[in-house]
Write a protein of this length. Structure first.
Length: 367
């Protein structure tokens, strides 16, 4: 049996959309080019970003998430039983307003064998250089728990538990399809845990109990989804605090959700530790939970701003974390993607690649 993929240095996955791709999207919208022309440009830009990742020394490569507009919504829209609608309000990032697209239930959520992300992965798998693993990123099923996405579940399910089981099943079948296409490294991005940090820290009594129940439901649906994952497939999660034009959604340390993260059956957890908003490392030991086959990937290099971190300070922080979790069970990465939405963070492509180079070089020196 093949071993699971693992690396001590990695990135979260999204990259700044190149100007050629942005212009092509505008031209497509304005009728200057057709879909076939756009798809050709998209594939060329994906190939370029894959080759760049490999050249910088990453052991895996994503398609930069170039085929989607949002880090989460495009994927969620691909399920059967899901509808797109105008939420009419911005997601609450600090200092920036977003577009107002959203998701709602239009039926029972089901696996879609024609989900557009499958074709995207097939192309990625066909172009990754030899020795580089194709990494697919998708949002966590817990994203259905927020922003009114499942508020009408009673129209389609007998109860909440039936909805949770159906959601887990749709994801489980989707993961199996990715596996059958050759995917051996899948990352699920999840902002719900950071949302819960904020809510659990600011509520009391019955209101807080509601969020504790949501934390338990998150553990249930994630682990249910992971029950039948093949033994040679690596499944990781990125616990995200929100990322839009270099702003954020949530703050707070991981302490309050550590008991729940410690129960998640992922192979690796990417955690954000690039600033004081993230808190200290105290929760690491609880999250790792003495699981010898689990890695904690420390997001020490910010993807939000261009200034490069001092390698010596990065090494010192890893050494500090290694007092709580064995060094072999740690890794280093950027704290988030560079473009969780097509708008992208406030830095240039060259600055982005300098960040990736720093992650790889620091990781190689430590491990």
């Amino acid at each position: 049996m093949n071993e699971k993929f693992s690396s001590h240095y990695d990135v979260v996955g999204s990259f700044l959309r190149p100007s050629k791709l942005k212009h092509a999207k505008e031209d497509l919208a304005n009728g200057k080019i057709d879909q076939a022309n756009y798809d050709e440009i998209l594939k060329k830009e994906i190939k370029r970003v894959v080759e760049k990742q490999a050249k910088l020394g990453l052991k895996d490569a994503t398609d930069g998430e170039f085929g989607r507009s949002w880090w989460h919504l495009d994927f969620l829209w691909g399920f059967k039983g899901v509808k797109r609608y105008d939420y009419r309000q911005s997601y609450k990032f600090h200092g920036e307003k977003t577009r107002t697209d959203n998701v709602e239930l239009g039926g029972r959520i089901e696996y879609n064998p024609d989900h557009p992300f499958f074709e995207q992965f097939k192309y990625l798998k066909s172009i990754v250089p030899k020795g580089v693993v194709a990494k697919q990123t998708i949002p966590s099923p817990t994203l259905f728990f927020r922003d009114d996405r499942s508020k009408n579940y009673k129209l389609f399910y007998a109860n909440w538990e039936e909805f949770l089981k159906g959601l887990a099943q749709a994801y489980s079948e989707t993961i199996k399809h990715f596996y059958d296409l050759g995917c051996r490294y899948l990352q699920l991005d999840d902002t719900t845990w950071a949302f819960l940090i904020s809510k659990l820290n600011e509520t009391t009594g019955e209101e807080r109990d509601k969020y504790l129940a949501l934390a338990k439901d998150s553990v249930f649906v994630i682990n249910k989804m992971l029950e039948k994952v093949p033994a040679d497939m690596t499944i990781t999660t990125h616990i995200c605090r929100g990322n839009f034009k270099s702003t954020y959604l949530f703050s707070g340390s991981y302490d309050v959700i550590a008991p729940y993260l410690s129960l998640l059956n992922y192979d690796e957890l990417f955690l954000e530790y690039d600033n004081e908003r993230s808190g200290n490392f105290d929760a690491l030991k609880r999250i790792w939970n003495d699981r010898k086959d689990v890695k904690i990937i420390l997001g020490l290099v910010t993807s939000k701003f261009p200034d490069l971190e001092d390698p010596a300070k990065l090494k010192a922080r890893v050494a500090e974390a290694a007092k709580l979790v064995p060094l072999e069970n740690l890794g280093i990465s950027t704290q988030c993607g560079f473009a969780s939405t097509e708008e992208g963070n406030e830095l240039t492509e060259d600055e982005q690649w300098a960040k990736v180079k720093l992650v790889v070089e620091t990781g190689k020196e430590i491990w």
